[in-house]
Design a protein around this ligand. Structure first.
Ligand code: CMX
Length: 134
């Protein structure tokens, strides 16, 4: 069902302040920045091998990422696994009794479709399914 780790999401206060460490010190290629209005975040994707680091900057105080930073500080926010058929993956997990945040895919960054599993059923790790393309 899962094909690889697509990205790891890291909550940050400012993309501008954070990108230089990943791009210049660690040498990752910046694949692009984008606002995901539905998720109330601005994101920067940085390539590392076949996976990416996704920096997440909240765009409003009620953003899930703003709430996360307020409670935990900045740091790892979620892990995203790539799937080839997100509807089938959601249906399997729902059938298994897994608590989904999203039972229908939503729009993620860079044309992806995404769905989150609730961290309470994934051992405290917010887990994302991510399908590239449509
Ligand atoms: N990782 C692990 N646990 C998390 C978490 C995270 N990223 N975010 C919240 N939680 C935990 C909280 O610590 C809290 O636990 P306790 O009850 O033990 O205190 C619990 O989940 C509830 O958290 P909350 O702060 O009260 O917030 P909500 O219930 O309102 O929302 C969640 C939590 C996970 C449902 C919500 O953040 C959500 O829907 N997340 C998915 C969407 C998202 O994160 N979008 C941003 C990224 C978008 C992208 O990658 O494109």
């Amino acid at each position: 069902m899962l094909t690889k780790i697509n990205h790891i999401g890291i909550a940050v206060k400012s993309l501008d302040d954070t990108i230089p460490f990943y791009r210049d010190n660690l040498g990752m290629a910046l694949a692009g920045t984008e606002e995901v209005a539905e998720q109330k975040v601005r994101v920067a994707m940085l390539q590392v091998g076949e996976s990416m680091i996704e920096l997440l900057e909240p765009t409003s105080e009620d953003s899930p990422v703003a709430k996360f930073i307020e409670k935990n500080g900045t740091g790892i926010h979620h892990i995203a696994y790539e799937v080839t058929d997100i509807e089938a993956a959601i249906a399997k997990l729902v059938g298994d009794g897994v608590r989904m945040i999203d039972e229908k895919p939503r729009h993620g960054a860079h044309g992806t479709r995404i769905a989150f599993i609730h961290p309470k059923t994934s051992n405290g790790v917010l887990t994302e399914l991510c399908q590239v393309g449509h």
